[in-house]
Design a protein around this ligand. Structure first.
Ligand SMILES: Nc1ncnc2c1ncn2[C@@H]1O[C@H](COP(=O)(O)OP(=O)(O)OP(=O)(O)O)[C@@H](O)[C@H]1O
Length: 315
């Protein structure tokens, strides 16, 4: 049986160290910055912090900063009053109001436009925010837990994250290690996801020895999310014994071999290639933009911009 803390499962040394940190930090009011690769479990860490905090009975609100629409970002964060702008037909609560008393999880915080990062910093400093169109400030009682899959120092030098906001958020930087650095947990997590499905479906499917070996040896670039999806796929495909082929790991491989690249016909407009690469990656990731952007080596914001452009040029 693997150790558990809140929603997190794992007994590797790095996970046990993480639990110790979270246990201490959760009961404070400190804001937190969680750093880790996509799929490593950052949102689960944020949720666990919330559940282990004194705010557990209050709301946990999660937003992806890369998915905020540029025109509405102020309203999405701070809310708006009726008539604040065309289309503002009624008062709207932003995420700060929704999370009042609880925890606000800002995923992909480096994708938040710099202008809003300044406003966020102001809220963290003064504890006040003002809904769009209102002349009254509201008091915010919200704990901020932010996350990024970028190296924060690099994001600061690239101008994606304000240094002053970083210092405000990162009183307690929490690092979630990639799955390949917690070898001891890989097979246990696979068994955990399988046991969960077996209990749900009242089945007793099993992982064969060869499957367990493949799971242990795979590098899991998509981290725990990739492992969970592979087990769930295999669970559906296998009757009783889950064999290596059921995991469909080659489908999830992001690495394109040189031979495959040589098969791309010469003279295809680059834009067309780019669009095909983007749409195929999204399809492989079941529409998950964060994972797709990471595999494509672009930011979530760039991915959104490109998708928007395709929509405009579509007949
Ligand atoms: N330690 C863990 N124990 C159990 N399940 C886990 C663990 N870590 C991650 N998961 C599961 O893996 C999936 C991905 O985790 P999560 O969404 O927290 O990752 P993330 O780092 O926030 O990803 P992204 O950066 O893409 O938003 C979720 O289904 C989550 O429940």
């Amino acid at each position: 049986m693997l150790d558990q803390f809140g929603l997190l499962v794992g007994s590797s040394r790095s996970m046990l160290k993480l639990y110790r940190t979270l246990r201490k930090v959760a009961v404070t009011e400190a804001n937190i910055l969680i750093v880790g690769e996509s799929g490593a479990g950052k949102e689960l860490v944020a949720n666990t912090v919330h559940l282990a905090s004194y705010r557990a009975e209050q709301p946990f609100i999660a937003i992806n900063c890369g998915a905020l629409s540029p025109e509405l970002v102020d309203s999405e964060l701070f809310g708006h009053t009726k008539g604040a702008f065309t289309g503002a037909l009624r008062d709207h609560q932003g995420v700060f109001a929704q999370a009042e008393g609880g925890t606000l999880f800002l995923d992909e915080v480096t994708e938040m436009p710099i202008e809003q990062q300044v406003k966020l910093l102001r809220v963290l400093e003064s504890g006040e925010y003002r809904p769009v169109g209102s002349d009254k400030c509201r008091q915010a009682n919200v704990r901020i837990v932010a996350a990024t899959n970028r190296d924060p120092q690099q994001a600061i030098s690239d101008g994606l994250l304000r240094e002053d906001l970083y210092f405000r958020l990162a009183k307690f930087p929490v690092v979630v290690p990639p799955l390949r650095d917690r070898n001891d947990d890989i097979v246990g997590l696979a068994q955990h996801f399988l046991a969960y499905r077996n209990a749900q479906e009242q089945q007793q499917k099993q992982l064969s020895t060869a499957t367990l070996q493949l799971i242990a040896e795979h590098r899991w670039p998509g981290n725990v999310r990739e492992l969970k999806h592979a087990v769930e796929r295999a669970y559906i495909l296998a009757d009783k014994m889950i064999e290596p082929d059921h995991l469909l790991l080659e489908m999830a491989l992001a690495d394109t071999t040189e031979t495959e690249l040589n098969e791309v016909p010469a003279g295809v407009p680059l834009e067309q290639l780019e669009k095909a690469a983007i749409l195929n990656t999204l399809e492989q990731n079941a529409g998950n933009k964060t994972d797709s952007a990471q595999q494509l080596g672009i930011s979530v914001k760039t991915l959104y911009n490109k998708l928007e452009k395709y929509q405009q040029t579509e007949p």
